[in-house]
Design a protein around this ligand. Structure first.
Ligand code: AOS
Ligand code: ZN
Ligand code: ZN
Ligand code: ZN
Length: 424
């Protein structure tokens, strides 16, 4: 399924007058509007392969139909999103939910859709059938060396798959931890995990990176062996220059100041990238920007300010990924919304008058500092984001076009009503 170019052009022509009016209105107040548009065009975010099907909760799963049944169909879906918004030019795969058997063919298919392979994800939080040892009591932290070895080998296998596909990073998220006091010796668990990560690290090709993702709780509810950014940073620092901390927005305790964490990691040269999503309670994996768009803006504000000369596209070497997936929306519509929210936050951050903000900070003018941030945040930047999309060949209103082109209906026709994509 593809939305043909002429359909996108027709959609854009219909909306052009309205768009131009809105764009001109905002653009008039943006001093460096050309640069802003170019930055927005360059910015790409990777789509996780596991978000293309309807996500489940532990209580149930309601497939919406037309879900991708294979890695090829997942790539087609990401390609389709990318053709609409020109902002999702990468896919993040998960082993073993995705099995890239014929890497060359998969790579070619991805290239045809203008996609590259972002970070590979390993999985030592589930037992697969035919797996020798169980991860019930952890993987890299496990007291049994044989279990640790199996987990290490799996991660090295994931790196090999990634090499074949032209990826250059692996995200390691461990569910390791404990559910009850006394279950685990924290220091020994840390040490074993570190040693496991060191073996995986040693298998990284020269140009590769390892992202160590932390999470405050779930599935373990007393302790997590990589539970917060401090622990992740400890591992990453001990591992060496190819290891970084990955920030999943939903992985903090309530009210954590994520933008400050981001600023400090960036300052230490240890910020690896993101799993964007939104949350109200825990690791809710809700659509990016659906709950707390101001926080998202503040994070981007730190990135724009802190990354300075480094440009924020994939050449800047941060992993920009989405990790959202849930039950009640069409997953492709959801992903279009997530990408849009990210670009809006980025655009708002680009509008911050950094010089004036610095002056306000240096003179302790608190009210003025807040005004400067909120001036940017309260600007309706959607026409800027739409203009960037238009210039790049995407649709002015991707979600509206997705609906009017009846994409889901077509996918259901092609793939069937009863489809379950592999994933969470
Ligand atoms: C789990 O909570 C983490 O967010 C993981 O990054 C992710 O959801 C998982 O690895 C899916 O592959
Ligand atoms: Zn394999
Ligand atoms: Zn994540
Ligand atoms: Zn998560």
């Amino acid at each position: 399924m593809q939305v043909e170019k002429y359909i996108i052009e027709g959609h854009n022509n219909d909306l052009l007058t309205q768009h131009t009016r809105k764009f001109d209105f905002v653009a008039a107040d943006v001093p460096n509007v050309k640069t802003v548009i170019q930055k927005l065009r360059d910015f790409q975010v990777a789509i996780p392969s596991w978000a293309l099907g309807t996500g489940g909760t532990r209580f149930g799963r309601f497939s919406g139909g037309g879900e991708p049944r294979s890695i090829e169909e997942k790539i087609e879906d990401v390609g389709l999103l990318h053709s609409l918004n020109q902002s999702g030019g990468a896919i993040s795969l998960h082993i073993p939910w995705d099995v890239p058997e014929n890497a060359q063919a998969i790579k070619t298919l991805a290239a045809q859709h203008g996609l590259r392979f972002d970070a590979m994800n390993s999985n030592t939080f589930q037992d697969q059938k035919d797996q020798q040892h169980s991860y019930k009591f952890g993987s890299l932290q496990h007291v049994d060396k044989a279990v640790r070895k199996q987990a290490i080998e799996h991660n090295i296998d994931v790196i090999k798959h990634g090499v074949e596909l032209g990826s250059d990073s692996i995200t390691v998220w461990l569910s390791d931890g404990s559910c009850f006091p006394g279950q685990l010796n924290f220091r020994k668990a840390f040490q074993r995990t570190l040693e496991g990560l060191q073996e995986i690290y040693a298998a990284l090709p020269a140009n590769w990176k390892m992202f160590v993702e932390y999470k405050a709780f779930e599935p373990n509810f007393y302790s997590m062996t990589v539970g917060d950014w401090g622990q992740s940073l400890l591992y990453a620092t001990k591992l060496g220059p190819k290891a970084y901390t990955l920030v999943d927005l939903g992985h903090h305790l309530p009210n954590a100041n994520i933008e400050q964490i981001v600023a400090l990691l960036l300052n230490e040269g240890k910020l690896g990238g993101f799993h964007f999503n939104d949350s109200k309670y825990g690791d809710d994996d809700l659509t990016v920007g659906s709950i707390n768009p101001y926080q998202l803006f503040l994070i981007f504000n730190e990135l724009v300010e802190g990354m300075d000369a480094r440009s924020m596209n994939h050449a800047s070497d941060l992993g920009w990924m989405i990790d959202a997936s849930h039950n009640v929306k069409d997953p492709l519509e959801d992903l279009l919304q997530s990408v849009e929210a990210i670009k809006i936050a980025y655009a708002q951050a680009l509008l911050v008058d950094t010089k004036a903000l610095q002056q306000a900070q240096d003179s302790n003018d608190v009210a003025r500092a807040q005004e400067i941030l909120q001036q940017a945040y309260r600007t309706d930047v959607r026409p800027l984001v739409a203009e960037a999309r238009l210039q790049a060949g995407g649709a002015l209103q991707p979600l509206a076009l997705y609906r009017s082109a009846k994409v889901r209906e077509q996918l259901i026709k092609d793939r069937g009503q009863k489809t379950v994509a592999t994933g969470l």
